[in-house]
Design a protein around this ligand. Structure first.
Ligand code: S3P
Length: 171
């Protein structure tokens, strides 16, 4: 049903996984959550993987998993927020599909993000969310082929993403 992958990119807490999972169900699209796949492959949660092997090992696993996913059927793919920050990963995604930014305003991310499952953020808290947002937002926007302005409720995001996908991929 899809001819290429659709990679959801954006900040932690922007809605990539929650919207991706829901909309893939509604539109009957194959779905991959990169963090879940890495967790299955390495065993344990992302936090445990960071603690046990370190961030560099997680980033290497992330690139390997991305390559593996591109060899599978074209899917809607939720990526981890740091994936797109590496040029190699951007190249792999550009060669294999479309990058769709889930763009959520910083204030909304800060008001509802769950920090405990996010090792880079858990220790440093909301200040780190803000720092990462400013560090990354231009890269996210430059890399994006399509942008979902996810500036409302979860239900607004679900219907917005469905519309964007229907319009651009004749679903
Ligand atoms: C990360 C984001 C996380 C996860 C890891 C690193 C990041 O995914 O991949 O904790 O560097 O922004 P989410 O964007 O789903 O939180």
């Amino acid at each position: 049903m899809l001819s290429r992958h659709i990679f959801l990119i954006g900040m932690p807490g922007s809605g990539k996984s929650s919207l991706g999972r829901k909309v893939s169900n509604l539109l009957h699209l194959p779905y991959v959550d990169m963090d879940s796949r890495i967790q299955q492959a390495l065993g344990g949660t992302v936090t445990e993987i960071f603690e046990k092997y370190g961030e560099d090992a997680f980033r290497a696993a992330e690139t390997n998993m991305l390559i593996q996913v591109t060899r599978e059927q074209p899917s809607l793919v939720s990526t981890g927020g740091g994936l797109v920050m590496r040029e190699i990963n951007r190249r792999i995604m550009v060669s294999n599909g479309v990058l769709l930014l889930v763009d959520r305003p910083l204030e909304l991310i800060m008001s509802d993000i769950k920090l405990d499952r996010r090792p880079l953020l858990a220790a440093k808290g909301l200040d780190e969310v803000e720092r990462l947002y400013h560090e990354r937002i231009d890269t996210y926007r430059d890399a994006a082929d399509l942008v979902l302005n996810n500036n409302g409720s979860y239900y607004d995001g679900v219907s917005g993403l469905q519309k964007l996908l229907r319009m651009n991929f004749s679903l």
